[in-house]
Design a protein around this ligand. Sequence first.
Ligand code: SF4
Ligand code: SF4
Length: 105
Amino acid sequence: MNPQKKFIAAPGGIIPNPGNTADRQTGDWRVERPVIDMERCTHCMICWIYCPDSAIVAKEGRFIEFDLVHCKGCGICAEECPPNCIDMIEELTFQNINGTSGDEQ
Ligand code: SF4
Ligand code: SF4
């Protein structure tokens, strides 16, 4: 065993290096994915405020897209979106319809 790669468990489940979510590709944890109806989006950015994974991509105060490499599919954005323009769609359903995971970015 390579001693450099030894796993050290932190007591109490402490994360010794917080703020590292962006380094992890957590999108494949997802069971459901958010799908937006852009026609109804008001760009209020409530989803951006609530998303626990910073997986809402915004530019100049406007919603651009979901970062599906990091979105875990928690559904909070869909729950909080005032005009209800985000639907959570099962990944398997989405992939069957589109023939792709759609995560290629
Ligand atoms: S919360 Fe809904 S309406 Fe507001 S920016 Fe996000 S998707 Fe658009
Ligand atoms: S489903 Fe959860 S992780 Fe994904 S964009 Fe919405 S709030 Fe963020």
